[in-house]
Design a protein around this ligand. Structure first.
Ligand code: BGC
Length: 901
């Protein structure tokens, strides 16, 4: 019987992946929602969206009254819920659109309307920028100049209804209005190629602005624009001092509006931030407190007028698509000790990126120095040689106030341990109290989407370490490491880790922004670079190395698959085409042997140097294969056929050049087999032989891996695909050198850059390159989700619209569970084995389907909810073999049991 209330409900409405975003500057932003069911009763299995209607209005009242004055999509017969382009009236700069969705379920019954959501337009037309770029014309005496404080006063005459601040900097800034810090972002506007593009941020400042006199302020630091970046002790990569641009859109109740912003009337001064540099740290002299410097009544008569900046019109000022960098967690210290040097060492128990908040009280002029380190030397002092030329030191000069809480503004560090020198102990204190320092985790604020847990504590710690590796390195750009003088957007690191990253966190907008950085860095030749953004002063990485440059193809393809995002492919298709053409033009024999740039190979492998030309050619073929799929997806059929032909030809050349008759690959390394297998470069006979050689090599090394960055992410998936789950598990559970477990056995709380970052026999590796927070080797996370928990993308199902559920239990674990909140909703999988049985429960979100592979040798034993699986609602039996039984599931929650021995 039909009910007139659908059990479905649209929720979690998104615009360009964000909930209620401010500052969207595309004319046709993409709208998405998820569908929930009111209960997960078996009767609701297979709920689908049969149709939808989007309504968009210029005010909440109009929306509520059914007056969709901006857009009414009408009833659209489609099950799409992801990335649907807005086709309504073009919004004006700063205009807010309010929207709702109604869906019709599989019985064509309408759902209740979703909750109202909104987005606010950014600056839609460059001519709407009335503000002008300004800078502080103050002397900059050292290589670590002071931060500039800037303020401007505007008189507002009418009665206000809304105020929106648009602001950005060539540099980094912190905005203020009438004495209040605006928002909670750190290091805005983030790092882009400032010679081409800078992002502005949009803030609702309605509650901070009043009729009458209003002050707008900003603190301005050097950041990536003018401060130290990279490992060559270089600064001023884009300019010699920072610049600032801001304007407020003020809307009045009489429906008039005005734009007021930075201009020549602003003034500037130095203040307590004596310097603040990303790599070197901050010097903050609290005695120089400026008081209410961004308040309207502040006496700024001693301040200097700002100077107007000549910023090239070629630098595009665009709306920020990335998530803001924020403090996402506060970490309490777990111990404090006195080091032989007399300093105090705090252990925060976790290696992470961020800053320390210091609590102190002492006489004015007391200098407290904070140094940061990932590890300790055996004598208990900080191990800081691995951070190379980065000083990563914050210094505070106390004002003498009774309790001072101090935190740096424009820097971050990668650390677990904190050393305090000069801390004023109170009378009778032998050590500072533990709460003297608090760790503040800084990261691009991406939402958690994945979880994983199993019966093995070491594996759980590994998953945690992988996640912390991501959190520590996704800070405006995906960096290699957060602690030393490097912190660059290295491309191989990002491409090998991206699949893992997409499970852990919703990185769609973070990576959409970075992909633009990758394209901005593309050379006129077509080559992508080794890292992005790539400052012009770093010319040595312009010929992108194999597996590094290829991130330019792998990253957008992965995003399109995981998030159902076709637009990222369309947007960058020309760049991708140019890159592939460049590879073909420079390597017409179809072996990638020329123009290999810095050619890093399978970076940081262990006693196993993979042939670099083999590796490069494998990636060349992989590019051809991905380009084929990308072109098909975009409907570029002729291109697709051309790329397919290239794939076949490169593959043939690969086999001719690097594969022996017995299936051995040139150089015979694990990484060589892994890329050849993963990229489908072998025929059936050679494939079977190659798998045997791979497994033999692993066993010959005492069941140890030898792969570096490039092979490691594919190692366990390739073994599983070839039927060697047991070997993959052995690698996972290993705790002898080299293995993930080895680092955990020695206290790792993040993923190390090198397998041998520290060993029993040699201690620390060379400090020249020894980070303890590099995520690349953590790319095993993908395998934990895809094969251990068993949550995978179905090849036909971009955006997890169709799901592959394929857990591969191993008796060394008694249970494992994982979840992934996809753009189509929450997917869950949990298995438990014992007593000759497997119990496996899964959740398939509404409006999706899943292929579920039950690992059992006994087809008849498969039950769901206590009845034979084949007769349970929502389930369709597909086929079985001696290892598994395959079903198609419609949405819902299922509880399987089956024989398992
Ligand atoms: C970085 C790596 C990077 C590599 C290039 C290193 O210094 O830390 O992560 O990919 O250089 O080989």
């Amino acid at each position: 019987m039909r009910s007139n209330i659908s059990p479905l409900l649209p929720f979690d409405l998104r615009v360009e992946y964000k909930a209620n975003p401010l500052g969207i500057d595309t004319i046709t932003p993409r709208l998405s929602w998820k569908l929930g069911v009111s209960d997960d009763d078996a009767a609701h299995r297979g709920q689908m969206q049969f149709a939808y209607q989007i309504v968009v209005a210029s005010t909440p009242a109009k929306l509520a009254a059914g007056d969709a004055d901006l857009w009414d999509s009408g009833k659209i017969f489609s099950n799409s819920t992801v990335n649907i382009s807005y086709e309504g009236r073009t919004l004006s700069s700063g205009q807010t659109a309010y929207w709702q969705v109604v869906a019709w379920d599989r019985d064509d019954v309408a759902t209740a309307p979703s909750e109202m959501a909104f987005w606010q337009a950014g600056i839609m037309d460059q001519s709407d920028w009335r503000a002008e770029w300004i800078h502080a014309p103050l002397p900059r005496y050292t290589d670590l100049p002071a931060a500039a404080y800037m303020r401007g006063v505007v008189e507002l005459k009418g009665v206000l209804s809304k105020a929106t601040l648009f602001a950005t900097a060539l540099g980094v800034y912190e905005p203020y209005v009438n004495g209040t810090r605006v928002g909670d972002a750190f290091l805005a506007p983030g790092w882009t190629d400032y010679s081409k593009r800078v992002a502005y941020q949009t803030y609702d400042v309605t509650s901070l602005v009043n009729t009458g006199s209003n002050a707008i302020g900003a603190i301005l630091g050097d950041g990536w624009y003018a401060g130290y970046v990279g490992f060559q002790k270089q600064r001023e990569l884009y300019g010699d001092r920072p610049h600032f641009l801001a304007q407020v859109l003020v809307e009045y109740t009489d429906r008039t509006s005005e734009m007021v912003g930075t201009d020549g009337s602003w003034t500037t001064s130095y203040g307590p931030i004596q310097y603040s540099d990303l790599l070197q740290g901050e010097l903050f002299d609290a005695r120089l407190n400026l008081g209410d410097w961004s308040g309207p009544d502040y006496d700024a008569s001693s301040w200097t007028p700002v100077a107007m900046s000549k910023v090239s019109p070629d630098i595009r000022v665009v709306a920020d698509v990335a998530p803001a960098v924020r403090i996402t967690e506060r970490i309490a210290a777990i111990s404090v000790t006195e080091a032989p040097t007399g300093s105090f060492i705090f252990d925060l128990g976790q290696n992470f990126s961020g800053i320390v908040e210091l609590k102190a009280s002492g006489p004015a002029g007391t200098m407290v120095r904070i140094r940061h380190a990932e590890m300790l030397n055996t004598d208990g002092t900080l191990y800081v040689t691995n951070i190379r030329a980065a000083k990563a030191t914050d210094t505070y000069i106390l004002s003498g106030a009774s309790e001072e809480i101090l935190c740096p503004t424009f820097t971050f560090h990668g650390f677990r341990y904190v050393e305090l020198t000069g801390y004023p102990l109170a009378a009778g204190q032998a050590l500072p109290p533990l709460d003297t320092v608090t760790g503040c985790v800084l990261e691009s604020d991406t939402e958690a989407t994945g979880s994983f847990e199993c019966s093995h504590p070491m594996v759980n710690q590994l998953w945690t370490n992988v996640l912390w590796g991501q959190r520590g390195n996704f800070l405006s750009v995906p960096t290699d490491c957060p602690q030393r003088d490097e912190r660059l957007g290295w491309m191989a690191d990002a491409q090998i880790f991206i699949r893992t990253a997409t499970y852990n966190r919703n990185i769609a907008s973070f990576m959409t922004k970075w992909m633009q950085d990758v394209v901005d860095a593309q050379m006129p030749s077509g080559s992508f670079t080794d890292f992005a953004p790539k400052p012009a002063k770093f010319p040595w990485c312009e010929f992108g190395a194999p597996a590094w440059a290829d991130a330019g193809v792998i990253v957008p393809w992965t995003l399109s698959q995981v998030y159902g995002d076709k637009e990222i492919l369309r947007k960058h298709y020309d760049s991708l085409r140019r890159y592939f053409d460049y590879l073909v033009e420079t390597n017409p024999e179809l072996l990638w042997t020329k123009n290999m740039g810095n050619n890093y190979g399978d970076w940081l492998s262990i006693d196993a140097d993979t042939d670099k030309e083999l590796l490069a050619t494998a990636y060349f073929a992989h590019d051809a294969s991905l380009m084929t799929q990308i072109a098909f997806r975009l409907g570029e059929i002729e291109d697709a056929e051309r790329y397919q032909k290239f794939f076949a030809e490169i593959k043939a050349e690969f086999v001719r050049a690097y594969v022996e008759r017995d299936g051995q690959l040139k150089g015979h390394t694990q990484a060589a087999y892994v890329v050849a297998l993963r990229f489908d470069l072998l025929d059936d006979v050679h494939r079977a032989l190659a798998v045997k050689h791979l497994v033999k090599d692993i066993k010959a090394r005492g069941t140890h891996l030898s792969t570096g960055f490039v092979g490691v992410g594919y190692l366990c998936p390739v073994l599983s695909d070839a039927g060697y789950d047991d070997v993959a598990y052995s690698l996972l559970l290993n705790d002898t050198f080299p293995s993930w477990g080895y680092s955990i056995k020695h206290g790792a709380t993040t993923i190390w850059e090198r397998w041998d970052g520290w060993t029993d026999t040699k201690g620390f590796q060379t400090a020249d390159m020894n980070s303890f927070n590099h995520y690349s080797l953590g790319s095993v996370g993908e395998w934990l989700y895809r094969y251990v928990a068993g949550i995978d993308l179905h090849p036909s199902g971009a955006g997890f619209e169709t799901i592959l559920l394929q857990p591969r239990p191993d008796k060394r674990l008694s249970f494992a569970k994982g979840s992934f909140d996809s753009v189509h909703g929450l997917i869950q999988s949990e298995w438990r084995i014992g007593d000759g049985q497997i119990a496996w429960s899964v959740t398939v979100p509404p409006n999706t389907t899943a292929t579920a592979i039950v690992p059992t040798t006994n087809e008849d034993s498969v039950m769901e909810g206590g009845r034979p699986a084949s007769s349970a609602p929502g389930i369709h039996f597909e086929h079985s073999n001696e290892r598994e039984v395959v079903f198609t599931l419609r949405s819902g929650t299922y509880r399987f049991t089956a024989a398992y021995d």
